[in-house]
Design a protein around this ligand. Structure first.
Ligand code: ATP
Ligand code: LTN
Length: 336
């Protein structure tokens, strides 16, 4: 780590390579990763260990993992300034996760919303990994003495349980772990499905029209926006409880263009939803176009991507080894 990095606070975040990245994960998380990457010492991870809590096709998982790295870089994460790596390349994550499992309570894991949602959706595969997922996520975060975890609203509970686990561990062994804070954007923290605006836009969405993917072509993006569910009024106004579809489109437009809600209301006053949906679609097409083009170029350059993830794994292994050694010592393992 260079000297400058030592003065900076640390960020850690990750996304599972369990599907193609969505507009939701871009606006809720990655966009902030890029904005924060100049002022923090950042670790951005592709969390493949987490991804196998749902059944994955091995060839697909491998392809998606490398493509996701290309997409991170194409979104603006500079591999020279950030440590970008694949979780399974740094064994300290799995090792610390085991230890933290022993300091995480059955009751607190049972209360996790993501566990309840995912087990309801995959009743035939409610595996132990899905249940103990938060202990692995806590290991990811705590290994790097993370100050800030930039995520969407749905992940807040996971950062909270990380803090609970860290507090419990520190309470027994002294000041081992730093207390991380979630970083959740004011606008864009919960982008909803375009076809069912009461549900979060998610890469495992069964309805392809509800979700926009970072790598999608402009005509497909426009088609989804034209079909976006709105309401029976004709007024562009933000009120998530009785106008979830329109409010969601306003959020997307606001984060994509930087316009305030008031400016959006004025821009579309008296124009009807057709025009509005078209403009939001066009703004998203323009936002994603350079990302898709750059990602396509990078995906073709496997040697470059390999050099980035290897270098990332080396830096992350180095940074995490010290924490793991300290934890091993604290719990009473004999030094090797
Ligand atoms: P899955 O369908 O596999 O659960 P997902 O599409 O919900 O995946 P994640 O991989 O769980 O996405 O999330 C990646 C990051 O993006 C997280 O920080 C998450 O909070 C954020 N995120 C995901 N979906 C949205 C969304 N719709 N709005 C805002 N942020 C989101
Ligand atoms: N649980 C997160 C992915 C994730 C993560 C992390 C996010 C795994 N480890 C560490 C932030 C920090 C999700 O499902 N989006």
């Amino acid at each position: 780590m260079d000297e400058k990095a030592l003065d900076k606070k640390t960020i850690f975040s990750g996304i599972q390579p369990s599907g193609d990245l969505t507009l939701g994960s871009y606006l809720g998380a990655i966009k902030n990763w890029v904005e924060l990457s100049d002022t923090y010492n950042c670790y951005y991870c592709i969390v493949d260990l987490h991804a196998i809590t749902a059944r994955q096709n091995p060839a697909e998982l491998r392809r998606r993992t490398v493509n996701q790295l290309a997409q991170y870089i194409a979104c603006g994460l500079d591999p020279q300034k950030n440590t970008i790596f694949i979780q399974s390349h740094v064994p300290a994550h799995a090792e610390l996760a085991w230890i933290l499992n022993c300091y995480t309570m059955f009751g607190e894991l049972s209360r996790m919303t993501q566990f309840k949602d995912k087990s309801a959706k995959n009743a035939d595969n409610i595996n132990a990994g899905l249940f103990t997922y938060p202990a692995l996520m806590a290991a990811d975060i705590l290994l790097y003495h993370t100050d800030l975890v930039p995520v969407g609203e749905d992940q807040k509970q996971h950062v909270e349980i990380t803090r609970d686990i860290a507090t419990r561990f520190n309470g027994i062994y002294g000041d081992v772990f730093k207390m991380p804070e979630p970083f959740i954007p004011k606008v864009g923290a919960r982008i909803m499905s375009l076809s069912s605006p009461d549900c979060k836009m998610s890469k495992s969405d069964k309805d392809p029209g509800g979700c926009i993917y970072i790598m999608q072509k402009p005509d497909e993006i426009m088609r989804s926006f034209k079909r976006a569910v709105t309401d029976s009024e004709t007024c562009v106004r933000c009120n998530p409880s009785d106008k979830p579809g329109v409010s969601n489109l306003m959020q997307i437009y606001s984060v994509a263009t930087g316009a305030s809600f008031e400016a959006i209301e004025n821009e579309f006053c008296g124009k009807g939803y057709g025009d509005f949906k078209l403009r939001v679609g066009e703004a998203v097409v323009e936002l994603l176009r350079p990302i898709r083009e750059e990602a396509e170029r990078l995906i073709a350059d496997k040697t470059y991507l390999e050099s980035i993830y290897k270098e990332g794994a080396e830096k992350a292994s180095h940074a995490s080894a010290k924490t793991l050694r300290k934890v091993y010592k604290k719990v009473g393992f004999v030094e090797r």
